[in-house]
Design a protein around this ligand. Structure first.
Ligand SMILES: [Mg+2]
Length: 369
């Protein structure tokens, strides 16, 4: 199989409720979608969802880089994923979001060529996968509680709370949600680097009665040493997110004893190829993985859900970005169960079995061989 052309588009969909975190606000999808066309009748689709405060890239830069990556791979075999991703990862150390979009499209094509859904192509079998739903940082406890009520009413069994306020201001928000939810709902907190070491120790100790699952990225992205110190100090698992992009970060964090869990996002790892390496390193170290998202539509979320289904070591799912979109442009792909909150369904169609409705795609550019 040979790559004959690549179509590049912008995709923009606002959220009903922008998601506020300590390092910025995600307003919705400001993404780039690519389609890799081949000399067969198969087409592979991929999507980036850049968030500059974390990934360092933007929709603008992804759109420009996609054109260079398209030229790089033109006329080559998309099924040789090892070779294609090695070229792409050597071409730029930056732009992880768009590298991930190309990787997703390669896997979509490879699984289609094999005639299998992607989870099966990755060696997986059907298992139950269920996402949490996230509450962003609200101004008042009342606002936080109102959002939590909505999540519980939809039947979710897991809530992720964005924290990272100054001092101990987060404690009352978490306390109120635990009191509302009762003991059986899973609650995790994500500080998005909002705390320093002493604030993290104080908050995690103060939240001990609330029986949390883990603390995600409590400290600054670069502060591996204090993360290891914190993990020794507190009685709550530590999950690294912004501190881990790829397999090299995974190995470093594990060697330092700095994380119990690793949060994989295809927009950080540059796709499934490197994500699989992260899961292997984590598994060998007795470390569980989480899979998360930025502002992906159900297209890129479908790739993440297939990966999660294929790798049971991916224990925690936070694949909720498309839950709050004002429009859903994706045909096929992963579905949120209508009754059981957070339960995810994948089809048995080949590849991702998902495409974007063309009418939502803008600024089409075709790179040809
Ligand atoms: Mg996070």
């Amino acid at each position: 199989m040979i790559i004959t052309s690549v179509d590049i588009y912008r995709l923009e969909i606002p959220f009903h409720h922008p998601l506020r975190v300590p390092i910025g606000v995600i307003e919705g999808a400001n993404n780039v979608v690519i389609k890799i066309n081949t000399d067969s009748d198969l087409v592979g689709s991929g999507e980036s969802s850049p968030f500059a405060p974390i990934t360092g890239d933007t929709q603008e830069s992804n759109y420009a880089m996609a054109q260079q990556l398209a030229r790089l791979i033109m006329g080559k075999d998309p099924l040789a994923i090892e070779a294609r991703m090695t070229e792409i990862n050597r071409f730029t150390v930056g732009e992880p979001s768009i590298r991930g979009a190309f990787d997703i499209a390669f896997y979509d094509l490879a699984a289609k060529a094999a005639g299998m859904p992607l989870y099966q192509f990755l060696g997986g079998s059907v298992r139950e996968i269920r996402t949490d739903l996230t509450i962003g940082m609200q101004d008042t406890v009342e606002q936080t509680v109102n959002l939590a009520k909505g999540i519980l009413a939809k039947g979710f069994d897991a809530i992720k709370m964005k924290v990272g306020r100054s001092g101990l201001a987060d404690v009352e928000h978490v306390k109120a949600v635990r009191e509302l939810a009762g003991p059986d709902i899973n609650i995790k907190i994500d500080s998005n680097q909002g705390w320093d070491y002493p604030t993290a120790v104080a908050n995690i100790n103060a939240m001990k009665p609330f029986n949390l699952d883990y603390s995600e990225q409590p400290l600054a992205v670069w502060d591996f040493d204090n993360l290891a110190r914190l993990r020794d100090k507190v009685d709550l698992p530590i999950c690294a997110d912004e501190s881990i992009f790829d397999d090299k970060d995974a190995l470093k964090l594990i060697k330092l004893g700095a994380a119990d869990y690793l949060n994989i996002k295809l927009g950080k790892s540059g796709g499934i190829h490197t994500a699989l390496k992260i899961t292997a390193i984590a598994e060998a170290a007795g470390c569980k993985c989480m899979i998360g998202c930025f502002g992906e539509s159900r297209l890129a979320l479908t790739a993440a859900a297939h990966l999660a289904m294929a790798r049971p070591n991916i224990t925690f799912l936070d694949l909720d970005s498309a839950y709050d979109f004002k429009a859903d442009p994706v045909i096929g792909g992963v579905r949120y169960d209508e009754k059981i909150g957070g339960l995810l369904h994948l089809s048995d169609g080949a590849g991702l079995d998902a495409v974007i409705d063309e009418s939502y795609l803008q600024n089409h550019k075709r790179i040809e061989g």
